[in-house]
Write a protein that binds this ligand. Sequence first.
Ligand code: PEP
Ligand code: MG
Length: 539
Amino acid sequence: MEKYTGKSIFSGVAIGPVLYYGKKEEQVKRYKVEDTAAEIERYDKARQQAIEDLGVLHDDAVKKVGEENAAIFEVHAMLLEDDDFNDSIHNTIETQKVNAEYAAALAGDNFSKMFSEMDDDYFKARAADMKDISERVIKVLSGKKDSGTIDEPVIIVADDLMPSETVQLDKEKVLAFATQYGSANSHTAILARTMNIPALINIPADPSWDGRMAVVDGHTGTFILDPDPDVLEEMKALRDKDNEERKLLQELKGKDNVTLDGKKINLFANIGGLKDVAAVLQNDGGGIGLFRSEFIYLGREDLPDEETQFKIYKSVAETMAGRLVVIRTLDIGADKQVDYLGLDKEDNPALGFRAIRICLTRPKIFRTQLRALFRASAFGNIAIMYPMITSIEEVRRIKEIVASVKSELDADGIKYGDVQQGIMVETPAAALITDELAKEVDFFSIGTNDLTQYTLAMDRQNSKLDSFYQPHHPAILKLIQMTIENGHKGGAWVGICGELGADTSLTETFIQMGVDELSVSPSMILPVREAIRKSHAKR
Ligand code: PEP
Ligand code: MG
């Protein structure tokens, strides 16, 4: 028995024979060409062919692994249209008078290296895509076809897996992934999460393991080769227990969030950034009900500029592909502080200069975020939500600023989408005037974390208050009921995005109150779906 410890990128236990997925690396030869124009044309034709192949692979993958995972082939086709990449290949052929295969391999290496050296994890993970597309063109140039079918369920072991290789694998036959390289953000990782199979990285993949029995333990990040009988028994028991729990919830994937008496509820997810979107998709979230944008502002030396924010919002909106993405504007202050804003120390920060109060006092910060949000709205279904509202005047002031930002974008000729505007109802003041507020906005999202803190006058951070803290306090439930009723009377839809929204003991109560949407952490989507499906909407 041999044991290796790597890093788990998705949990679970798998037991089975290893399939060592060796790099079918093309030995690219470099040779001189006389007619560089003809060689460039040969490259362009191969590139065109590769784009067509990717279209076929995409359609096939949609059927096998769903639209989100198949999207990688569309991305690759787009990368093959990239001017920088193609110019670099044309240039190499022309100036060095070399063959197209060599020029494509060189560009693949260079671009991949460039991406891998970037600080941003997302771009780092794109390094594999650049290698992948260059190898695809080289394959076309050399007249080779894709290969590789798997006969029996296996644990795939590899140095690294190209995104397109992972997607083409017959997913019924893959028990787990264990690779030497890769990242938690890579497509392999995303796919493993979507396929719900364990995956490890930092495992010293060795071709001699091919065909040998192995265990992948995604709970501890361990890879065991030729397990001893007692270890095997122990792992089998763990795997069966895991599978049982998962199966129960996985069966709910793709099912409606519908009550026993036929009422449908929107079940969305709360996220803190781009990296959480994969978990939303993996857990079958119907949209994003709360993107806490302040996480973009935390842990930095200065304010994130418009472009930085735009890229993040655009990426989330595109990944969610038309599903609603509710982005909350900056909710900084209280427990979330940054030095660069130079805010004074306060005696009562939770009741202090925070969230919308900062944005309305420092409109430049607010306008930058609004510009980024509206620009990104052209790429998906974005809604904007404002935190810590206490009065009608605040909402009207926000609307004036929004109107001014929109005219600025119009003047710049920048397109934006149809953006719903809503507010967090998380102060008792807001809840008590929801009849008036509903006329001003498209939706309410009830922030039960703060609503509870302010209604019960109990610091949500103070653990000494645990014994006094009553999340089901009738005052909170009354305010929720009132908010839902007033929202509906005024034509606004109403959701809950605080932690109470994921409390399955209250799911039926919220539905009976008439809630339209629940937004919960990604891992709670399926448990809440289960609770919805066991509820009655009518009392
Ligand atoms: C809330 O207050 O309930 C909420 C969702 O916002 P946060 O937890 O970010 O304050
Ligand atoms: Mg809050």
